[in-house]
Design a protein around this ligand. Structure first.
Ligand code: M6R
Length: 614
């Protein structure tokens, strides 16, 4: 969840590090720090809070590092120990000669700390990371070889880590290694960059090498040496990153979240290009390897995901069961991994993750892979650890999503499920050709319909003002839009901190209805389809308890005007596609409420974009 950057070359390092950290700020933002190699020795600067505080700290010491051309940096999302200066990275060994930054969790840090304390190490922080600094330094004292010290220390560490290490005795050398956490090297002219994610380096170079687990890289300004855990030299797989620096700009929008919401029509268009050419043509998913035989042998499908991706998975269940007639279970990854799951070679396991890095989902995928299941990954990052575990892959092609609140990646995941479900229906021949053609025809005009929804932004902005002083918010829906209610509530709570909850409307009278009174907004997601009338009755029940009723609807039903104090309209659409349209106003509503309340929309408190700890 933290971010790492490193640089060795011939340019002034501090700006490179801080700019890189800024691009990774979405990964965590409670403290930050850099270590730079000055002529004499390494100097460390740290600050708590947002990155600007580190900038201010650095501005007081410019003379101390302006000539430095090597360094490492870190932006933290606290796991072990509060966000304090002492707990911020980089961490050092006893004598301060060795300095490192770390992303991940050292699971056996308590045992290591005990052992190292007995050997005389003095700990200054409460972090798991500091043990690694002492451990590598201890190995270095024996070997006098920094890469070898890193290799030997890694063998004693359990857990997940990406490490970037420097030492006073090696004035132009960075050593990197990783296990179960992402790390890549950017390759420039007479310079190398290290980063836990592409945004930190894309401004400087598109040439890069991803590290595999347990590999160790030594970087000097003119040389990169890659070895395995035993020190054997390995060939280097260098690739050109398919990224443009412009993806990291707000393009005139006040926040990334708003820009990303408005990108959704184009995202859907891009997804369709190459996958669906015409309603009477087959869906093309080149990286899905599900044959008719595999599908015939399946007993069930399990979809595992977290947060917003879990909500996309819930819609996925609905449409796969509907089109393919295969039983689908959906489960939060964190619940899946600590029980005996009934998963085997007759189970298709689908992992859904924007980042492809989420620790719980990655562990769940690895567990089910070990049991022989076919693994299908739906991800926005085909370069991620999760994608590397996949037997089949559906890339969601949403482009980089910077705002912590997922928006365009959610609609892109829904599209991935629509395409996958129709693809499987084609292979299984479980839906008639005529119906498939109609569904595909409607799918192709979804981007225009989303544009229509976005053209009502001003109306939604007005509603947002109206409800911005509420302390609580309830979203209700039934059927395929129940996940929309959950996702709408998640969007609101994570960026505005208003207590928002999504319920299946039929459940209201089994408890939650007790909370309703004239202060409580209840938003009904009333889409035309099989549950419309039922949900209308549930809305009547809520109205009878004086709740402030809001409808999000594609119905022209005049009854709604009496029942609801506020109506948000979206274009008519097949019920199965309605989650894709219904979520857009809810994203906007959450955005404008949070913006009106003056919240930090793109970087809400306590959160991080990639959750790489279990
Ligand atoms: O990268 P993932 O999709 O695996 O992330 C899972 C959740 O952490 C994520 O969806 C989170 O709930 C959203 N950022 C909330 O908007």
């Amino acid at each position: 969840m933290c971010g790492i950057v490193g640089y060795v070359g011939n340019k002034s390092v501090a700006d490179i590090l801080v700019d890189g950290l800024e691009q990774l700020e979405y990964r965590g933002y409670d403290s930050s720090g850099v270590a730079v190699m000055n002529k004499e020795e390494i100097t460390v600067f740290k600050a708590i809070g947002k990155l600007n505080n580190l900038r201010t700290e650095l501005s007081k010491h410019v003379g101390e590092f302006e000539k430095a051309t090597m360094g490492i940096g870190h932006i933290r999302w606290a796991t072990h120990g509060a966000p304090t200066v002492l707990n911020a990275h980089p961490h050092t060994c006893n004598c301060g000669n060795l300095v490192l930054v770390h992303n991940g969790i050292i699971e056996n840090y308590k045992e290591l700390r005990e052992m190292l304390t007995k050997e005389g190490c003095v700990f200054r922080s409460q972090t798991d990371t500091e043990v690694v600094a002492h451990l590598v330094a201890r190995m270095y004292a024996k070997t006098k070889d920094l890469a070898e010290a890193v290799r030997q220390a890694s063998k004693q560490i359990e857990g997940a880590y990406a490490l970037c290490v420097m030492h006073n005795n090696h004035k132009n050398t960075l050593v990197l290694t990783k296990r179960n956490a992402p790390l890549l090297v950017g390759i420039g002219e007479g310079e190398f960059f290290a980063a836990s994610d592409v945004p930190a380096i894309i401004k400087h170079t598109k040439k890069a090498m991803y590290l595999n687990d347990n590999q160790v890289v030594v970087l000097t300004p003119d040389k990169m040496t890659l070895t395995d855990s035993e020190g054997n030299i390995l060939p280097q797989k260098i690739e050109i990153l398919p990224w443009e620096p412009v993806a990291l700009s707000k393009m005139g929008y006040k926040h990334y979240m708003l820009k990303e919401i408005h990108e959704q029509p184009d995202v859907i268009r891009n997804i369709l290009v190459g996958k669906l050419h015409a309603p009477d043509e087959n869906i093309i998913l080149n990286e899905v390897k599900l044959t008719k035989e595999t599908l015939k042998n399946l007993n069930r499908i399990q979809i595992i995901a977290c947060g917003t991706s879990l909500h996309a998975a819930m819609v996925g269940k609905y449409i796969i069961e509907n089109f393919c007639g295969i039983a689908v279970d959906v489960e939060a990854s964190s619940e899946y991994i600590y029980r005996r799951t009934v998963t085997d070679e007759h189970t298709l396991v689908i992992g859904v993750s924007q980042s492809g890095e989420t620790a719980d989902t990655l562990t769940a995928i690895k567990q089910s892979k070990a049991k022989g299941s076919h693994i299908l990954i739906i991800t926005n990052r085909p370069d991620s650890a999760m994608a590397r575990e996949a037997d089949s892959l559906v890339p969601v092609n949403a482009g980089i999503e910077v705002s912590v609140a997922a928006t365009k990646s959610y609609t892109a995941q829904l599209m991935a499920f629509y395409l996958l479900a129709l693809y499987m229906a084609e292979v299984k021949e479980s839906v008639s050709k005529e119906e498939l053609k109609n569904l595909k025809a409607e799918m192709m005009i979804l981007p225009q319909k989303i544009e229509q929804v976005l053209s009502t932004t001003e109306e939604i902005q007005k509603s947002a003002r109206k409800y911005s002083s509420t302390k609580d918010f309830i979203y209700v829906a039934r059927g395929i839009n129940f996940p929309t209610a959950l996702e709408g509530a998640l969007k609101l709570k994570e960026i505005s901190y208003i207590n928002a909850t999504g319920y299946p409307a039929g459940e209201l009278k089994h408890g939650p209805i007790a909370m309703l009174d004239e202060t409580m907004p209840v938003l009904s997601i009333l889409m035309n389809g099989c549950v419309y009338e039922k949900l209308l009755s549930n809305s009547e029940e809520a109205k009878a308890r004086n709740a402030r009723m809001i409808a999000l609807t594609n119905s022209k039903d005049e009854k709604l005007d009496d029942l609801f104090e506020n109506i948000i309209r979206v274009p008519d659409v097949d019920e199965l596609y309605s989650p894709l349209l219904a979520i857009i106003p809810l994203q906007l509503l959450a955005y404008y409420i949070a913006e009106f309340l003056g919240k930090d929309v793109d970087q809400p408190r306590n959160l991080a974009k990639s959750v790489t700890v279990e």
